[in-house]
Design a protein around this ligand. Structure first.
Ligand SMILES: Cc1cc2nc3c(=O)[nH]c(=O)nc-3n(C[C@H](O)[C@H](O)[C@H](O)COP(=O)(O)OP(=O)(O)OC[C@H]3O[C@@H](n4cnc5c(N)ncnc54)[C@H](O)[C@@H]3O)c2cc1C
Ligand code: SF4
Length: 503
């Protein structure tokens, strides 16, 4: 028989949003309330991490880091484990653009207040500018290329404590230096009595009892990673006064749909965005420090408003670099052989939030991401590719790999000809490796049931016991790395939940 658990608050997921909510609600425990976090993944000990690329990807990521969209033109990266995607994020800590937040026109959402909340989490996570002497050549070359062209590359604040520069951030930091919810907010909440249960997957939810009822399966293993669950394996029914969904922009809409809430809320799963991105590589004549040091230090975003792309310095491991290079044969071989001479830039496009870009479910209740690379997004990626190629050459690269060029390798002698070499019609979705790690939307905040799922405080329309706190709340793409904004929005939602619990 299913075991019954009774609690005041249950939080589904322990990533950026779940960790923030747990930390804000933790003081409720001293006031006699029960607060439980249910996390589908395991608790990963940094000592388990070897830095081996494929092994670490399998350990942290769903689908090995490449969950394909329905038409397989984009792959999605997100982690499952205590800490969610903060286990693998790079830790760039950005405040949201005012233009985007005010553009959401959400009653009660004040930009300055949101920024203050991002600052709270930036401080908790130790976000700081690393010293310039610690910035490796890959990143310095990005800045140098931008400066030569008169562009202003901004340094990212990074949330690290005791970074050893092993450049493994996206495979899980083996040194415990990168600060995510598994290092900061979750342990702080647990100290105050919040119960955290790993390997506990919520499979459905419904209205009932004092609020909501969840079906939960605790997986007893054997697990390839992570400690065993704090609850014995088996099926559970959890009765909660308040339920906070923090399962991320794929699984929160999935769970709501699977639970039959769609008829009432037609916007569930819709207006989904992800900042589709691809990496470009520039070949230098001499080896450069790239895969040691901190992997990502600069962003150039001066054209985001007009041209809808952002460029970031970045570093990718050998397997993912090989997978991302367009083409086969000699050009591919040449670049991989030059791995220690490669400079890398990430082109991120700002995609529009459209009703038909969405998460839906198949007949087994599994998520299906119906997302198309729209012509405007492709044009933005192509413009970004041209700008990145200019930066590579300005930084001294001898050749640039551009997926939307044929042949894909552009030699330095062709530098003056970038507009004709890099062209929109050569960007064929499905033939170019596009990935996304900033998954947003699907349960957007708003005022009406017709085009939103929650109120501006994350309460699901018509369900006073049910809140959403994660990246699925975003009405549109954020246009910058989102984790601090996700935590800041979760902070507001948690305050609303605390008010409800205090009544
Ligand atoms: C490789 C990579 C690099 C990134 N780098 C940066 C960066 O440098 N800066 C930045 O700002 N952002 C970065 N991001 C994005 C950022 O990490 C995410 O946007 C953010 O973590 C999303 O927060 P979330 O709470 O919505 O979801 P997540 O953090 O993904 O957490 C969701 C959690 O819910 C759990 N879950 C899902 N379904 C269930 C269920 N049914 N039952 C129980 N638990 C469930 C999952 O296992 C997961 O732990 C990066 C992301 C990736 C993948
Ligand atoms: S670069 Fe720093 S934060 Fe990233 S994995 Fe290495 S030690 Fe950890």
């Amino acid at each position: 028989m299913d075991r019954a658990i009774h609690t005041d608050v249950v939080i589904i997921g322990s990533g950026a949003s779940g960790g923030a909510v747990a930390s804000v609600l933790a003081p409720l425990v001293a006031a006699g309330k029960r607060v439980i976090v249910l996390e589908k993944g395991g608790r990963i000990d940094p000592k388990q991490l070897t830095g081996a690329e494929l092994e670490s990807a399998a350990l942290h990521y769903a689908f090995g880091g490449a969950h394909p969209t329905e038409d397989s033109t984009v792959t999605l990266a997100y982690a499952e484990g205590l800490g969610g995607s903060t286990l693998v994020y790079t830790g760039t800590s950005m405040t949201p653009p005012e233009r985007v937040i005010t553009g959401w026109k959400l009653p009660g959402l004040d930009y300055d207040d949101l920024v203050k909340r991002t600052e709270k989490y930036a401080a908790q996570n130790g976000a700081t500018f690393i010293e310039e002497s610690l910035i490796n050549e890959n990143n310095q070359l990005f800045k140098k290329g931008c400066e030569k062209l008169g562009y202003h590359a901004r340094q990212f604040p990074i949330n690290i404590r005791g970074c050893k520069g092993s450049s493994l951030c996206n495979l899980g930091c083996p040194n415990g230096a990168k600060q995510g919810t598994a290092q900061v907010q979750i342990p702080a909440a647990m100290k105050q009595g919040v119960e955290v249960v790993t390997h506990a997957e919520v499979t459905a939810l419904r209205t009932g009892g004092r609020g909501g009822i969840l079906d939960v399966v605790v997986d007893g293993g054997p697990h390839t990673h992570g400690s065993v669950s704090d609850w014995p394996a088996g099926k559970y029914v959890v009765h909660a006064h308040t339920v906070v969904m923090a399962a991320g922009a794929i699984y929160t809409p999935t769970l709501l749909m699977r639970s039959g809430l769609v008829a009432d809320l037609p916007a569930i799963g819709r207006f989904w965005t992800c900042h589709p991105a691809h990496i470009l590589a520039g070949e230098h004549d001499k080896p450069i420090t790239n895969f040691v040091g901190f992997p990502k230090s600069y962003v150039w975003e001066e054209r985001v408003e007009t041209e809808r792309y952002v460029l970031e310095s970045c570093m990718y491991m050998p397997f993912i670099t090989a997978k991302n290079l367009t083409g086969f044969g000699p050009d591919h071989e040449r670049l991989m052989a030059a791995y220690d001479r490669l400079q890398m830039i990430l082109v991120l496009a700002c995609d529009d939030a459209l009703p038909d870009q969405r998460v839906t479910i198949d007949q087994d209740g599994k998520p299906v991401i119906q997302y198309k690379l729209m012509p405007k997004t492709i044009e933005a990626m192509v413009r970004g590719t041209r700008a990145a190629a200019e930066i590579f050459f300005a930084a001294g690269a001898s050749a640039v790999h551009a997926p939307s060029a044929r042949p894909t390798l552009i030699e330095r002698t062709e530098n003056a000809d970038l507009n004709t070499r890099i062209r929109t019609e050569l960007f064929k979705p499905g033939t170019i490796s596009v990935s996304a790690a900033h998954l947003m939307g699907g349960c957007r905040m708003g005022v009406s049931k017709a085009d939103s799922v929650t109120t501006p405080l994350g309460q699901v329309h018509g369900h006073d016991w049910l809140y959403v706190a994660d990246a699925s709340l975003f009405p549109t793409a954020l246009e910058i790395n989102p984790y601090l904004t996700i935590m800041a929005l979760a902070d507001r939602v948690a305050e609303a939940v605390a008010d409800r619990e205090g009544q």
